[in-house]
Design a protein around this ligand. Structure first.
Ligand code: ADP
Length: 174
């Protein structure tokens, strides 16, 4: 099964994607993880990605779509995958569409997102970067919800509550 976890930063989508990937025995593919790893390498591209991450901006769509396409050529994706962080806008899905069977939207109130985000300590989680990423989410990523709703692949799960309870809710749709 090909699944996309979608939701704002702080919605818990990475946590839920990880649990679901373990349960389904498929890889979790996170573009954020891929870019964070890339940013630690040497060279021009790595430096540029590091800057972008630090600012909370998006890596350009073409580069991102290429990286995702390449990742899917690995053999571990044959029985499906859980995506976390791609696509992040309509242009990316036009450039490369992984063909999701289900899109799981973790709906979480904005006040809760901010509360969670300020209490985690990731290197790219400065106050400015958090704000930029949330703005980008609401302007660029949220339109994808309607796109997937029209394709009837979107399901909504309440992002508030206990991690395992949320996972149980998600499993009901699988
Ligand atoms: P968060 O969920 O907090 O935004 P991620 O780990 O998903 O964190 O992403 C971290 C950073 O990686 C983003 O701020 C962005 O710079 C980059 N990134 C991740 N996915 C994409 C994507 N699909 N397109 C462009 N940039 C991306």
């Amino acid at each position: 099964m090909k699944i996309l976890m979608i939701g704002p930063q702080g919605s818990g989508k990475s946590t839920q994607a990880k649990l679901l990937a373990q349960f389904l025995q498929v890889p979790k593919i996170s573009t954020g993880d891929i870019f964070r790893k890339l940013s630690k390498e040497n060279g021009e591209e790595a430096r540029s990605v590091k800057d972008i991450l630090g600012q909370g901006k998006l890596v350009d769509d073409e580069t991102t779509a290429e990286i995702v396409k390449k990742r899917l050529q690995q053999s571990d994706t044959q029985n499906g995958f859980i995506f976390d962080g791609y696509p992040r806008n309509i242009n990316q899905v036009k450039l490369f569409d992984p063909g999701f069977d289900k899109v799981i939207y973790l709906k979480t109130p904005k006040e809760e997102l901010i509360r969670r985000l300020v209490s985690r300590s990731r290197a790219d989680d400065t106050f400015e970067a958090i704000n930029t990423r949330l703005d980008l989410y609401f302007t660029q990523t949220e339109p994808l919800l309607d796109y997937y709703r029209q394709k009837s692949s979107l399901v909504e799960v309440d992002g508030m509550g206990d991690i395992n309870q949320i996972q149980d809710e998600i499993k009901k749709f699988i």
